[in-house]
Design a protein around this ligand. Structure first.
Ligand SMILES: *[C@@H]1O[C@H](CO)[C@@H](O)[C@H](O)[C@H]1NC(C)=O
Ligand SMILES: *[C@@H]1O[C@H](CO)[C@@H](O)[C@H](O)[C@H]1NC(C)=O
Ligand SMILES: *[C@@H]1O[C@H](CO)[C@@H](O)[C@H](O)[C@H]1NC(C)=O
Ligand SMILES: *[C@@H]1O[C@H](CO)[C@@H](O)[C@H](O)[C@H]1NC(C)=O
Length: 478
């Protein structure tokens, strides 16, 4: 009898421990290092701060310098220089995340997850097979391009808003943050908590255009610059969304068993009012300001909450890490490494080096390469604009527009010791030619598997298809 009770108890315990976490993967667009309350007391993000402080704040979680490349790593666990997506972003081109790649939601579905995506896709849409509901998501609401109007949801003169495979015209005039949050909370409220849920939430905030309902910009009466004031409001609107979503999970009794991953896709665009201070540079650049992302993880499975994790993480690692957290099978051959034990147990990172990017495409960067090995970072070629160290804009005029030190066509070599010099003031390239040689050799080893960028020109057929589709962007031109 006793044995039976013990056996039943053990069975019960193993069932509980086998219970898969719900996973919330939230992506903020162009959110800078210095654009969140947990780093900058001028920013009002109480919901984000609360969860970040209860979780693990990443000090060294790296992303690519722009949107599509980073998003491709989230969905595939592969470096963009292996998938042809390393050059700038996908527009109206015959390109998408290569169809042979298995995505994170596809792999999570193997172990029973319900999968939903709400927000910006930006991984190509020339064919239906490129779009979210064909890449592993049960449902999708959002837009395909890099950016659009927050209210009309138009991009380049045509509507870019789809609910699954249907053009969604009914949200005209509604600020996208409300639309996405309502969709997300609706999904949570209707969800059976016994089924593991994966929600991928790539929000539009805080990418330009700089648009926000006044009640959010009014939260910043002490910011004099209109653009920065609105931008700050856009951050606070995102924070309110974050709060509403975690509330919905709490009300449904699901929050405790939810693992939250929050990350930006790249550093802030400083001439669009974002800020990465004290890091150097911003979006589009291989400087730390473009690539060291604001990111944290919290919730189910994290055993040592309330820490800042300094170990190296690259965005290619998120897929294998989340698969591990979900108890899903790993995919062989990924560039990413599984960091789940490192993060949840606060152990050293499994990674000692990573590639910032390898891009040989000539325009506008003239090609560049970046690598990190231990504390050393080597950058070869023009790092991109904007350069410099900019504090949050608080003047009445936009004074800091272009702050370039190097220009396209320059071919400098930079070497920094990021542990000693995280803000990249001291180029050590002339002092340590030995390290330059060593890291250059390492880059050349990575180059052996380089896949050329797939970056054709804009395709006029995309607009023809949009016109025939009632002036709404649609697949069907590749
Ligand atoms: C972690 O970093 C944040 C942001 O810089 C800071 O506010 C916080 O005090 C740090 N926490 C710990 C435990 O060091
Ligand atoms: C939220 O979604 C529900 C269900 O589709 C809808 O009835 C409601 O009007 C929406 N609310 C807002 C504020 O958009
Ligand atoms: C902007 O500058 C004013 C005047 O110096 C100051 O009072 C205010 O605190 C600053 N606001 C921010 C967010 O830095
Ligand atoms: C959050 O929820 C409150 C209360 O329902 C609502 O008024 C607000 O508009 C929501 N915010 C967002 C960003 O969806």
């Amino acid at each position: 009898m006793r044995l039976l009770v013990a056996t039943i108890l053990l069975l019960h315990l193993s069932l509980i421990s086998a219970k898969k976490p719900h996973i919330l993967f939230i992506v903020a667009d162009d959110l800078g290092w210095n654009d969140v309350g947990f780093r900058n007391p001028d920013m009002i993000t109480p919901n984000i701060d609360k969860i970040a402080y209860q979780g693990v704040i990443f000090e060294s979680a790296y992303v690519l310098p722009v949107c599509s490349p980073s998003r491709s790593t989230f969905m595939s666990g592969m470096y963009p220089y292996h998938t042809g997506l390393q050059h700038i972003v996908i527009g109206d081109q015959k390109v998408c995340l290569p169809l042979h790649l298995r995505t994170l939601p596809q792999q999570l579905k193997e172990v029973g997850y319900a999968t939903h995506a709400v927000g910006k896709w930006h991984l190509g849409f020339c064919n239906w097979n490129c779009t979210p509901t064909y890449r592993g998501f049960d449902s999708y609401l959002g837009y395909y391009h890099s950016q659009e109007d927050y209210y009309s949801h138009e991009q380049g003169g045509y509507l870019d808003f789809n609910d699954g495979e249907r053009v969604a015209r009914e949200f005209n005039g509604q600020y996208s943050t409300y639309v996405y949050t309502n969709r997300t909370t609706n999904i949570i409220e209707a969800h059976d908590p016994d089924v593991p849920l994966f929600m991928y939430l790539p929000y539009q905030n805080v990418h330009y255009p700089i648009q926000v309902p006044e009640k959010y910009s009014n939260m910043y009466p002490h910011v004099f610059n209109e653009g920065r004031k609105k931008f700050s409001g856009m951050v606070s609107a995102l924070d309110e969304a974050f709060g509403n979503i975690t509330n919905a999970l709490f009300n449904k009794g699901m929050l405790e068993n939810t693992l939250i991953l929050f990350t930006t896709d790249n550093g802030a665009e400083v001439f669009m009012y974002g800020d990465n201070y004290p890091l150097r540079g911003g979006k589009h650049t291989l400087w730390e300001g473009g690539t060291r992302g604001t990111s944290f993880m919290a919730g189910a499975g994290i055993t040592q909450p309330g820490i800042n994790y300094t170990g190296l993480i690259h965005s290619v690692d998120w897929m294998p890490t989340l698969l591990a957290a979900a108890g899903a099978p790993q995919l062989p051959g990924l560039d990413g490494v599984n960091q789940w034990d490192s993060i949840r147990l606060n152990q050293p990172s499994k990674r000692t080096e990573f590639i910032y990017n390898l891009d040989d495409f000539p325009i506008p960067t003239q090609g560049h390469a970046g690598i990190r090995v231990g504390d050393w970072k080597l950058l070869l070629g023009y790092p991109g604009q904007t350069d410099g160290w900019t504090k949050p804009m608080n003047e009445t005029k936009d004074t800091l527009l272009l702050n370039n030190i190097y220009f396209a066509g320059d071919t400098p070599t930079f070497l920094f010791n990021i542990a000693d010099d995280p803000n990249e003031y001291n180029n050590m390239a002339d002092k340590r030619p030995d390290i330059v040689a060593k890291l250059t050799a390492r880059i050349n080893e990575y180059r052996l598997t380089y896949v050329a960028a797939n970056y054709p020109p804009s395709d006029p057929e995309a607009r023809e298809v949009a016109k025939k589709n009632g002036n709404a962007w649609a697949p069907g031109w590749c």
